[in-house]
Design a protein around this ligand. Structure first.
Ligand SMILES: Nc1ncnc2c1ncn2[C@@H]1O[C@H](COP(=O)(O)OP(=O)(O)OP(=O)(O)O)[C@@H](O)[C@H]1O
Ligand SMILES: [Mg+2]
Length: 310
């Protein structure tokens, strides 16, 4: 089984309005859709679509928390969250008539030390049931910056493959615990380097450095250019076919979900990379985040070009 960790769950609300968004005016919403949000929940949905068994965990609270759980259950995603006092946040994305998108991201209610301890206990009990764990996104206030480091240490002790996909301090602290696989994008590599990575060579150099430090698989995602991986087997790149991108938000999450499924199936690195690029590029081909059509994925799978470059 694959366990997905989403510490900062949200109800994602997409508001479609007719004209341009105008501050200080009454804006009538044409259509509104609510989905279970937070990067780890995108990952969970993709693992489900890949056909692997998944369980979602993290923190939920209040009516919004119960709503997220209901939305997940309706999608056939089993979940076991730790219930906290604070209300799960809402994140609003306003899609206006000018084709612009404006996001309002609530910070999320703080988690207490007791709630953190309850989560660590739950995590410990879930570990023996799984072979891969994904950890995605930011964390609510109240949790330490090295929260993922704690989870990685516990998972490694239990012999579980730990995948970390986060940014900022959570990433900088998390990599110190040497997870099994990380998937930084261009910006996140820069955060790890402490300065922008100007060229592909520079990105690969920093990936090699991270690999040498003890992270078995360092996957760099490069948007429409695909991905590169540095691992014990060598250095590989994978390029997706030219596709009609409709919405690339959550492509990285889809890639993480597909890599978790690939590890669960025992794929080798080339097969894993090909599959992850096929799934994530298929995700870009429709509006919904954390979703892809099987036929798009299968078509992309035939066209992804994987090369061993080192
Ligand atoms: N325009 C695109 N065309 C084809 N494939 C894409 C495109 N954008 C993204 N992808 C696929 O998705 C993968 C991950 O994308 P990206 O590097 O943008 O991740 P990310 O920045 O972590 O995204 P997010 O955090 O929003 O999920 C890429 O490696 C690629 O396979
Ligand atoms: Mg990402």
């Amino acid at each position: 089984m694959i366990l997905t960790v989403t510490l900062n769950v949200a109800v994602d609300k997409a508001y479609v309005i007719e004209g341009p968004l105008q501050a200080g005016e009454v804006m009538r919403v044409k259509t509104c859709s609510n989905t279970a949000g937070g990067k780890g929940l995108n990952v969970s949905k993709v693992i489900g679509l890949c056909g692997e068994e998944v369980l979602a965990t993290g923190f939920t609270g209040g009516f919004n928390g119960a709503y997220v759980e209901k939305l997940l259950t309706e999608k056939g995603i089993p979940n076991e969250f730790v219930h906290v006092k604070g209300e799960t946040r809402s994140c609003i994305n306003i899609l206006d008539g000018d084709g612009k998108s404006t996001e309002f991201l609530e910070p999320g209610a703080p988690v207490t030390a007791e709630e953190e301890a309850a989560f660590l206990r739950k995590f410990e009990t879930l570990l023996p049931k799984c072979s891969v764990v994904t950890m995605s996104g930011s964390a609510p206030k109240g949790l330490p910056a090295d929260i993922y480091g704690k989870l990685i240490a516990m998972g490694k002790k239990a012999g579980v493959k730990m995948i970390l996909d986060t940014s900022g301090q959570y990433l900088i602290e998390g990599v110190k615990a040497k997870p099994f696989l990380i998937k930084p994008n261009h910006d996140e590599i820069a955060q790890l380097l402490g300065r922008p990575a100007e060229t592909m060579e520079e990105m690969l150099e920093s990936a090699k450095e991270l690999h040498r430090s003890g992270i078995p698989y360092v996957v760099i995602s490069l948007g429409a250019d695909g991905a590169a991986v540095v691992c014990g087997e060598g250095v590989y790149t994978a390029r997706p076919p030219k596709i009609q991108a409709v919405n690339t938000v959550g492509c990285g999450d889809s890639m993480v979900g597909a890599m978790a499924a690939a590890l669960e199936r025992g794929y080798g690195v080339e097969e894993m990379l090909r599959y992850a690029v096929a799934v994530s590029s298929a995700n870009a081909m429709n509006l919904e985040t954390g979703y892809f059509r099987q036929e798009d994925m299968e078509e992309n799978l035939k066209q992804v070009i994987v090369e061993k470059i080192g």
